[in-house]
Design a protein around this ligand. Structure first.
Ligand code: DGL
Length: 284
C-alpha cells in the first residue's frame, strides 16, 4: 500500500526525496500532473478540479493516504476536498489527505496539530515575529498560509511574496535567470519589511529549494530559511507513528513508482534536475 504524493509537476520530487530519507521502508506512488502544470497561474476552480481528479486517480491505484506536496494545491484545494469531497467517497472515512502547510506552521510555532486541525501540543508563546513566505501567485492570492498561521500562532506577521517567472526558470534549468528572479523577489519583500527584518523565510513552492542559494545570498544572515521538504518529511513520519495503519512496514522503498499525466519520456528527462537517480515515469 503506497503513500500517494501529488504535485502539479516534478517539483514535488524535492519533497519525495526527503520523504524517502525519513521513511526508507515506505513505498510511495508519485503523481505529477505535468499535462496541466504549472498550477501557479490557474484559477481556483481549475486547481480544485485538477487536484480532485489527481487524488481520485491515486485512490483508485490503491493509496489510502495522500500527501499534497504542491503548495498551490494545498493552498487552494486541500481544505475543500478534505471537507466536501472526501466524505462523499464510499470509503472516505478510511482515507486521508494531508498538505504541506500544517507541518510549516508546526515548525514556526513549535506546536503540533492533528490532520483535523485540532491542537495536540501547546504552542510556545511567540514574541513579535515577522516571516517571509515566498510562493506562486495563486498561493499568495489565496491567503491560505497567513490564515493558517494566524489561526494557530500569536504574534507572527506573514509577508507573502510571489516570485513571477521563478518556477519556469528552474524548470528550464536556467540558474542565472532563476537567481535573478529569486533576488528581485527578496528585494521586493525586504523593502516591504522596512526596519523590522524577518526572522524566518519559507520557500513555499516545490521548486524554490533548487534556488535556495540565491535566496540565502539575498536575505539577511539572521533570517532563517526553513526547509519545507525536510519539515514535511518529519511531520509525515510523526503522523505515521500515531497512525501506523497507513504505513507499509518493512516494504522495499525501491517500489516507489512515478506517474505522469504528460509525456513519460519528457517528464523523466525533466525529473533529473530534481532527483538524484533516474526516475522512470509511466503514463498515469
Ligand atoms: N508545485 C507548485 C507549488 O508548489 C509549483 C509549480 C506550479 O505552479 O504548478 O506551488
Amino acid at each position: 500500500m503506497p503513500i500517494g504524493v501529488f504535485d502539479s509537476g516534478v517539483g514535488g520530487l524535492t519533497v519525495l526525496k526527503s520523504l524517502r530519507a525519513a521513511l526508507p521502508n515506505q513505498p510511495f506512488l508519485y503523481l505529477a500532473d505535468t499535462a496541466n502544470a504549472p498550477y501557479g497561474d490557474r484559477s481556483v476552480e481549475e486547481i480544485t478540479a485538477l487536484t480532485r481528479d489527481a487524488l481520485a486517480h491515486l485512490f483508485d491505484r490503491g493509496c489510502r493516504l495522500i500527501l499534497i506536496a504542491c503548495n498551490t494545491a494545498s493552498a487552494i484545494a486541500l481544505r475543500k476536498l478534505q471537507q466536501e469531497w472526501l466524505p462523499t467517497l464510499a470509503d472516505g472515512d478510511s482515507r486521508r489527505i494531508l498538505g504541506v502547510f500544517v507541518p510549516m506552521v508546526e515548525a514556526i510555532s513549535g506546536a503540533r496539530w492533528n490532520s483535523d486541525g485540532d491542537p495536540e501540543t501547546a504552542a510556545a508563546p511567540a514574541g513579535r515575529r515577522r516571516l517571509l513566505f515566498f510562493a506562486t501567485a495563486a498561493t499568495i492570492s489565496s491567503g491560505a498560509f497567513p490564515r493558517e498561521v494566524a489561526a494557530r500562532v500569536n504574534g507572527v506577521e506573514v509577508i507573502g511574496q510571489a516570485c513571477p517567472g521563478l518556477v519556469d526558470a528552474i524548470e528550464a534549468g536556467d540558474d542565472a535567470k532563476a537567481a535573478r528572479f529569486a533576488q528581485s523577489a527578496c528585494a521586493e519583500a525586504l523593502a516591504r519589511c522596512g526596519d523590522f527584518p524577518p526572522d524566518t523565510a519559507i520557500l513555499g513552492c516545490t521548486h524554490y529549494p533548487l534556488a535556495q542559494p540565491a535566496f540565502r545570498a539575498a536575505l539577511p544572515p539572521r533570517t532563517n530559511i526553513l526547509s519545507q521538504p525536510d519539515i514535511t518529511a518529519v511531520s509525515l513520519a510523526r503522523y505515521l507513528e500515531r497512525r501506523p495503519g497507513f504505513e507499509e512496514n518493512g516494504a522495499d522503498a525501491r517500489l516507489t513508482r512515478f506517474l505522469t499525466s504528460g509525456d513519460p519520456d519528457a517528464v523523466s528527462a525533466l525529473a533529473e534536475r530534481f532527483w538524484d537517480e533516474p526516475a522512470r515515469f509511466e503514463a498515469a
